[in-house]
Design a protein around this ligand. Sequence first.
Ligand SMILES: Nc1ncnc2c1ncn2[C@@H]1O[C@H](COP(=O)(O)OP(=O)(O)OP(=O)(O)O)[C@@H](O)[C@H]1O
Length: 189
Amino acid sequence: MVGRPIVISGPSGTGKSTLLKKLFAEFPDKFGFSVSHTTRKPRPGEKDGVDYHFTTVEGFRKMIEENKFIEWAQFSGNYYGTSVKAVQDVADVMKRTCILDIDMQGVKSVKKTNLGARFLFISPPSIEELKKRLESRGTETPESLAKRLAAASAEMEYARAGGHDKIIVNDDLETAYSELKEFIFAEPI
Ligand SMILES: Nc1ncnc2c1ncn2[C@@H]1O[C@H](COP(=O)(O)OP(=O)(O)OP(=O)(O)O)[C@@H](O)[C@H]1O
């Protein structure tokens, strides 16, 4: 049985990766991530269609024009993107339930597709706690921290306005993880 795609969003540092790592560890063959497109060159050992769909700049731009992407971005001179088809392929080809970890723009974009996704928002207990977690993760400069906190406020506002099917507050990790599983397994997976 393969379930509908599950979209997980929430401010950076709210604990999405931590929760998903637990989920993939407990259920190693049930869930999958989509394969992204990129214009960067494959590194040794990387396989087309497995690690990435490697594509040309022209090919990538054509896909943008044709509205094929849920989200795309440019990092250090290369394009990266998640296509609607790549999400469908997780169910159709890999026979797994797709998990999409994306931001608010991505959520809005998935809503415009026919993917039939379910939407879960992971909220920090508070902005103060989020700031603490980002600081203790040790990955942020003062500038990137301020940027992430500003984005967090917008994401939380969208969640409060009812943008998702379920909101889980990641205060105690085990409690949040139980709630995550309850939401995910409320439908056959
Ligand atoms: N319930 C929790 N209580 C305390 N700390 C937590 C909890 N959940 C996660 N953390 C910690 O908060 C930090 C941020 O978590 P994580 O990296 O999973 O966030 P994220 O939402 O995946 O962020 P990003 O979107 O930037 O990848 C990590 O250091 C993690 O160990």
